[in-house]
Structure formats: structure tokens, C-alpha cells
Design a protein around this ligand. Sequence first.
Ligand SMILES: C[S@@+](CC[C@H](N)C(=O)[O-])C[C@H]1O[C@@H](n2cnc3c(N)ncnc32)[C@H](O)[C@@H]1O
Length: 377
Amino acid sequence: MTHLSQQQHLNYADRVNLGAYYTKNEYVEIAWNMLSPYIDEETIVLDSSCGYGNFLNYPSRCKKIGNDIDVSAINKAKQNIDAMLFNHNALGNINRQQYNIKNDEKLCVIGNPPYNDKSSIIRNDIKTFNMTLDKSVKTRDLGMSFLLSYNQLKADYICVLHPLSYLIKQANFRLLKNFTDNYRLMQGRIISSSCFSESSKSMQFPIVIALYKRDGIGTTYESVIDFPWLVKNTTLQLNEFDDISHYVKRYPSKSQKPKHDDLFFWTMRDINALKRNRTFVNKHTNNTIIIDKNKLEYYIYIDVFKQFSHHVPYYFGNCNVLIDNQLFIKYKKYFILEALNQHKNLRQYFTKFDFSKTHVVKIVEYFQQLLGVHYVN
Ligand SMILES: C[S@@+](CC[C@H](N)C(=O)[O-])C[C@H]1O[C@@H](n2cnc3c(N)ncnc32)[C@H](O)[C@@H]1O
């Protein structure tokens, strides 16, 4: 497989708007390895957002079809690869005919569609691309729209890269209903967003290379949480971890009014948000939770979790703060010590505390046990 050069022709704004970050051979190969058992000479393999055609530049005797909304990318693909190529908006007027694919032909989709929360689109430049979306695939994120478009095309198998958050965030999962009702998740390997040059170097998030089969079963949210995701040399099963949402409130309640002696905590979303945001705050706002002081130790836990989050691998980035409650009860005093070191105003809530030099070692020990093989040194 020869290496096609990285995307070169777009400026920064267009690159962001189109999510045009091309995929390295290493990941192209993983996708083909997953999909290959289901492909024969008669199968059509389609990449409806193919860029320069990296995914179609793979030795296979199947029929290959590529498409991209960006005409310059397609012109480059024409020079590089042997495939039937189109220059359509893959999310408008979605049907097999626009790619000359017959209804009874076996269709597999491969690729790395753009993921781009629409709120991050740089408005001025997007006008140069005609991106009207069919109603059936309208969501807040281009990548989710692409998954829905494969369902519209009734693809038999799909092997694409997409953020893990599409499946593990319940709000996203619900938006993908028409897709998940029809497609069963068969294999998934997690890689880091930092594998794509320039995009999200600062805060890595998990991306999956996932294989789906169109069948009558589909994928439930529970099966996603039970699923054995491959990551590096191990597997990740999210149902093996408990999280903080079972112990404290994560969002502010509008009806609750603050009192003069209240303590406040920033709204909690996922672990990546915790890394960016504050924990204990002095002022009450729309974004703060009023702490139930009976649960102060759990807020302390979250605060210390943030400080030790470099021991937590990137692939938990879209999860709630993890906790092993039994273990935490055993290690609680070390967490409290650490928090009292950092936040002197909390000392009034604890009558006895003994500063030791070894509590950090104990906290690290907790994280090693919480995370097991996933612990980052
Ligand atoms: C993440 S890049 C991947 C390109 C290629 N599949 C690869 O992995 O090297 C996403 C591609 O989607 C294209 N794209 C964005 N919106 C599109 C749309 N509505 N229809 C077709 N292509 C689109 C972009 O121009 C870009 O080339």
C-alpha cells in the first residue's frame, strides 16, 4: 500500500469546517482487516468522504467507490487511486443511485467521516461548500449525520472511525437511534484523537475504529457499556467501573437558593471537562452545584481525582469520574488530607487531620487499584 500524502490544499478554516484530517495507513489497515472477511469480488466498498482516497488505496479485488464534497480532494484522488469517484454532498439527497449502486448489490462502507460539532464550524468559510442535510440525518454533529447516512444507504457492513462519545454519551446514543436500531457493533478498537495531526493535541479524546453489521438485532446502550473494546494490548469494559454519578449530584438545581455558609462546586460533565474546569469555587452561579455537606468527601474525591488525572488514560475522557467506593472508603483520609492541603477553607469541616508526607503515595496506590492495567505511570 503506497502512502498518499497528507491533506495539503485546504486552509485552516476549511480544514476545521470539513473535518478534513486524513487517515494514516496504520488505521486504514486496521479497518480493512476488520472488514475483509465480509468482502468478495462482487462487494462494493464505498468511502463517501474519501479525501485523497487513503482508504481506497488498499489492495482488494472488490469494487471501490469514493466521494467527497471537496472537488480539489477528488481531483487529487483521481491521480492517486483506481476507483469510481464522485463529488457530491454525502449528506444531501442520500441514496444509492447517486453512486450508481444497485439496491441488490452488497455494500460495505469504510472511511473516516468528519466529526465536527456544528457549533465549532467557522461560519464564513463554510459558505463555499453546499452542505444541505437531508432531514433524516440532521444532528448537531457531522459525524453522527454520516453514521445515519450509511443507514439510509442500507449498507450491509460499516467500518469507520468515529468518536467513542457517539456511543457512550446517552444523549448522542439516542440521536443515533435509527442507526443503532439497525446495526450491531461487532468489533471496536480505540485510538487517540492525537493520532490526527493538529486536531485536539491539547486534550486527547477516544476515537473508535468500529465494525457494524446490518441485522435485525442492532446495538443497545447496555451492550455498548458491556462491550470489550480493544485498546493497546488490552481490553476495556466500561461496565467494570463505577462512577461518581451514583454518589453525588452532578448538575445545579435551579430551585435551590444559596445560603451564606454554602460551599460551591463546578458542574460536572466528563473527565475531560473536569480536567479543563475548576472544582471548588467561591461564588454561586448558574454553573455551580450547592454542595450537600454530608457528601463533602465525594466532592473532595473529585477534586483529588482531577489532580491525579494524569494517571487516567485518555480513553476514559468521555466517562464520568470513576470511583471504587469500597476502596475509596478505605483510602478516604488520604484524599481528605490532600484536599485540605489545597483548600484551606475546607479545614473547618474536619476536626481532626494529621498532615503526613505519605498520603500522596497512598492516593497513587488507590489509583493503581482502581485502574488496574489501565493505570498510567
Ligand atoms: C476526516 S476527513 C477523511 C478523509 C479520508 N476518508 C481519509 O481518511 O483520509 C473527512 C473528509 O470528509 C469530507 N466531507 C466533509 N463533509 C462532507 C460532505 N457533506 N459530503 C462529502 N464529503 C464531506 C471532507 O472534505 C474531508 O475530505
